[in-house]
Unconditional design. Sequence first.
Length: 394
Amino acid sequence: MMILTNLALLVHITSAFQTARHFSPAMKSGLSTALFNGPEIGAGGMADTRNPDALQHEDARKSISAAPSFEEYLKMRDGAAAPAPAPAAPAPAASTPSTPAAPAAAAASSGPEIGAGGMAEAISNLASSQETSIQKIQSTIPDLEVKPDFTWKGNDVIVESCPATLDARDAAGPANVAWLSSLCVETKMSSLQIFNGPLNDVPHLVSRCVVIAPDKLRLTIDFRPRAYGAYEMRKPDGSYPGPEELGRKSFEYSGARSDYDKKFGTEDVKQFLSSIPLDGATPVVDTPSELDLLTRGPLYTSLDFPLTDGNIASVIKAREQVVDYWLKWSQESEHEHRPGAPVNSQYVYDTKYKQNAFGALMNEYTTLFGADGGKQLAIGDSGPLDEAYVGGAS
């Protein structure tokens, strides 16, 4: 039985590598129509989310919901009436995992307003710091390798007249980094995403700073849980459904949440996220889609802040600290899964999770960069959706 299981897993992984090869032309020269003729429904009943077109399903969790336009979002944020709800309304915002409040005290010295003319320099500084973090990760994880077929350089990809660069890497061996994406859009965005393979339970990492107005940016940080904790079921009072609603499954979900809090969502990490010294920062108030709710972790933090020298310096320092947390966890043996069923189960969950994360990112990027640009950025930043490394000797 073990031989058959391992043989089936090997066939699945081999197929994933072959499918992944078809992504590079789509990313460098427009979108390959071969990828988006779906939706294809797999054996497990899930839609093939490599098709970024919206899918409406009777089960909302299998739909890629349409997010409000950026213009509508700005109106809602400023107190205007919300647009009429779509037929398939997203879950109430109250069920979103709590976002740490913006610190009440401003930075000791926030610096003068830079203004719109300094935005290009600000993004350049963020990108430079991100590159330094990648070098630090590389020196700590030597088997991390560049994936040239997925890399964007120079003018390979242009979004809103701005060149986009993508440094794509992975480590298929014991380090088990399934996907690392360092994405920068000139004058617009600096984004780092890391998806881990199933040999460990270290959270996936999201660290992103994007321009949302001529003088305003948005910082998003998340350490995404590797086990399902039913975070989207969180009630307005902060509690979760118990056994009277979910039966024995509620204990499994509660255990996953407790394990995450003990290992990663510590008071130290919470304090760090809730006290990033950004002058004039406000927590982002949005209406998350089902995919947002299924992929955001309990430490999800998103703040809008004005462009100042002090704020950019604080963001650079915070994003570097985020990488330090992730690197520390990735080097600790206590986070390794036992060989066998735990690894296989994590592999299955990771694959579906990565597809959901792509759908959520599609909504976010198309809102920020338009349909075509957002689609291209989401595909590049997410990498091959059907590829999750087992690695090592498993």
